[in-house]
Design a protein around this ligand. Sequence first.
Ligand SMILES: *Cc1c(COP(=O)(O)O)cnc(C)c1O
Length: 432
Amino acid sequence: MAEPIRYRSTRDPGQAVSFETALLQGLAPDGGLFLPEHVPSLPDDWRAAPSFAAMGDAVLGRWLGKELPAAARHRIVTEALDFPVPLVPLRGDGWEDVYVLELFHGPTLSFKDFGARTMARLMDHFLARRGGTLTILVATSGDTGSAVADGFAGLDRIDVVLLYPEGQVSPVQERQLIVRRPGVRAFAVQGTFDDCQRMVKEAFMDPGLRPYGLSSANSINIGRLLPQMLYYLWAVRAGGFEEAVCCVPSGNLGNLTGGVLAALGGLPVRRFIAAHNANDFFPRRLAGQAADFGPSVQTLSNAMDVGAPSNYERLRALLGEEGLRARIWGTSITDEATRASMRRVYAATGYVADPHTAVGLEGARRYRAAEGDGRPLVVLSTAHPAKFPEVVEATLGFTPEAPARLAAFWERETAVQPLAPTLAALREVVAA
Ligand SMILES: *Cc1c(COP(=O)(O)O)cnc(C)c1O
């Protein structure tokens, strides 16, 4: 087998580190993001794997082969990725050959369970081997926090500090964040998601906090991106597609980066569609317009309310400006168009989409209309509609049925504290 894959910062590519280091550090010391030196090709027989976990095991073996013993990898992948990943064909006029890839069958009902559950177990493995403990700092616009809290809860070597913008996540999202979990502390920050993300970045750069072994679980962590490649493969395999187009409801662009890594490894994806809400930095850049990172705008699809998508830096480093435009088609969808999308899809096909998935479905519809591309089109469904009962009710006129694992959150005890949107406030929390 080839040498282990090394990782370098997007900023100062000077020093290469192991996967273990990239995983446990999160952000590179120069503030850049870790990227693999090269992307390994998919195993020849990746389509033949009998299950999602078996496929994940084989594919991640190419990435982690030398650093992670096969038995540990097998156990981690099998435990973390133990829920179904259905590819649902839409049936209705105008939606021929469009498929919804449901990524919300994990414990916290969003696609973030894939990355968080896998990453938690990978970190725990390496910490057990080298000794030591970590504090994971997470800024969340909704779903990351609950997936990370759930994925990491109860691990002896890892504590979690969760920051979320007070009043800017849905009641169901908040409930999933603040249920009491061993080793997890939740804070409602008096600011925006961008404040939360800035506080986390500043904490990492703060020499005074170095002794606390801080790490991240945001999509800046490479350990979350690798498992996020796998469902793109699964969709192509499950559909038996020769080539597909994948539409990704996007915010911080971590999900899309997973897909791009899969494509660079050989997955036949003709084009990616980056479907954004009103936070339109990336679509504007793709259209060649001047656009800068800005403050985030609140929308119905709040887990995508990101004004400064971190993974843009990674995508640009992976593909270059030209490659970005060749491979990715972008669009920005207003709240009004998001609601119209939910209604249109429901009327034509009976499918109930959450607001994030509805942004994706509208992106897919616009792409087809603009490009006339009839290839199979896979829309990633990133959250279960029952996570957003208010929006579904107001838009479709009924409340989506909540799966039992969601209803159970309302029976648990909660614990949350307010926090000022400053590094000083966060310092006290970490040092406590
Ligand atoms: C996080 C999230 C997104 C955005 O994913 P990124 O990787 O940040 O682009 C989309 N939908 C839902 C439901 C999410 O939780």
